[in-house]
Design a protein around this ligand. Structure first.
Ligand code: ADP
Length: 425
């Protein structure tokens, strides 16, 4: 028999007994009232007991009860037991997660909506010098590097920012912020000291080798020129050998010059002066046309007189490289268009040729160092494969970017986009 059926049967039996006793004694109503009162008092007592038991957290032992109340106690007790087990499992998981994040070699800090520290792991406490009492403090008050504050405020967390550790400036950190949840952010910092050291060593090595190669190359070139002057052209083998040797030393000299320029771009402070780009372009185009034996292939259109803030030497080298390529990789009788104009977002230098073009797959790679597209050309085109790497670097130093559109057999357009903020005031 179900618990409810039992309860109903008991009440019905009591009512029946009341009716019989009431019928015999003639006191049906008072007895019924007494019965109802007894039932209500019993329920009130049970509710009170239950309330007392639940208000103390529902301890293991519940008060003795019968009927429906025993069932209620049993279900509540079971529900509480399951809840306890679930809580235990959850807190174990949280503990494991905490332990694993504590053991992480990278620093991790959870930031709240107002840049306040919610939580930090051991590595973060070490590299940022954070104390347990810093919980709730705003992180810009503790890590005061301007690059970091700018990065934090920017809200653009696609890139990373590199900064020295506030407690040990020999440690270099690469910091990245990852937004998650509503307004929450995870700040991760990785120790990149060794990586930066190796990068510096590579740069120093390339710079030193390039520098050291300069003198022997100049000597070699000088002797070759003298020997060529002495050549009476009696031996065709000797003459062609001299020509090839000179060609190769020139190529090596270009390589060394380009490598040194790249090193300078990577290491030197940039200059900021107001540059008359239209005048610079006119000069470069004149030189380009002169190189092409007065064939006047270059069409220069200056749609804006905009001057920009930058380094003239660097911009000259970037623009000359782009123009040189346009002339080099297109037929000798084709036109090369050079345009300096301004649109809504940027000031643009576009150099367009009607040359061999670049395959789609090669476009993202042409700015890599030493990358040269292998194509069967009628005439051999000399180059170092460093020109566009230089262009990319120069533009990066001017907050600008290079855009390449090209179609095989039809031509290419290389455009440099400078932010309008670079215009001279
Ligand atoms: P390079 O010294 O070989 O010209 P760059 O870095 O300037 O080195 O260019 C890399 C490669 O990109 C070139 O070897 C060439 O294949 C391709 N390239 C560059 N500019 C053009 C252009 N205007 N038209 C077609 N191909 C080009």
């Amino acid at each position: 028999m179900g618990i409810w059926q039992k309860e109903i049967t008991t009440v019905l039996l009591l009512l029946l007994a009341t009716a019989i006793v009431g019928g015999i004694t003639g006191l049906f109503l008072p007895i019924l009232t007494l019965l109802m009162l007894a039932i209500i008092i019993r329920q009130v007592v049970q509710i009170n007991r239950f309330q007392q038991w639940i208000s103390t957290g529902g301890p293991r032992k519940h008060p003795k009860a019968t009927g429906i109340w025993e069932d209620i106690y049993y279900h509540v007790y079971r529900f509480k037991k399951n809840e306890k087990r679930r809580k235990k499992k959850l807190s174990k998981m949280i503990d494991q997660f905490r332990q694993s994040t504590e053991a992480l070699p990278d620093a991790a800090v959870v930031l709240g909506v107002h840049d306040e520290i919610d939580w930090a792991n051991k590595a973060a406490r070490e590299v940022f010098g954070l104390q347990p009492s810093d919980k709730g403090q705003r992180i810009p008050n503790l890590i005061r590097f301007p690059e970091f504050i700018r990065y934090l405020k920017s809200g653009n967390y696609k890139e990373t920012v590199t900064l020295p550790s506030p407690v040990n400036n020999r440690i270099t950190l690469e910091v990245r912020i990852i937004p998650y949840g509503v307004g929450l952010r995870l700040l991760l910092a990785q120790d990149v000291t060794q990586l930066k050291k190796m990068e510096r060593m590579r740069k120093d090595f390339v710079a030193n080798v390039s520098h050291e190669l300069r003198t022997p190359l100049t000597v070699l070139k000088g002797y070759l020129e003298t020997l060529q002057d002495m050549d009476d052209e009696h031996s065709p083998l000797l003459t062609s050998s001299f020509q090839q040797m000179q060609g190769q030393t020139e190529r090596m000299q270009h390589l060394v010059d380009d490598l040194l320029l790249l090193t300078r771009l990577e290491t030197q402070q940039k200059k900021s002066q107001c540059i008359d780009v239209p005048a610079l372009l006119s000069q470069i185009c004149k030189e380009g046309d002169a190189l092409e034996n007065a064939s006047r292939r270059i069409q220069l259109t200056l749609e804006t007189t905009g001057h920009i803030v930058g380094d003239e030497q660097e911009l000259r080298s970037a623009f000359t490289n782009l123009l040189g390529n346009a002339l080099k990789y297109s037929p000798e009788d084709s036109v090369v268009k050079v345009r300096w104009y301004q649109d809504k977002e940027s000031i643009v230098l576009a150099i367009e040729d009607q040359g061999e073009g670049i395959a789609k797959a090669d476009i993202p790679r042409v700015t890599e160092r030493f990358y040269r597209v292998e194509t069967k050309r009628i005439k051999k085109v000399n180059g170092t494969g460093l020109g566009l790497a230089i262009v990319k670097h120069v533009l990066m130093r001017h907050d600008a970017h290079l855009n390449i559109t090209s179609e095989l057999g039809k031509g290419s357009c290389f455009s440099c986009h400078f932010p309008v903020g670079r215009l001279c005031k």
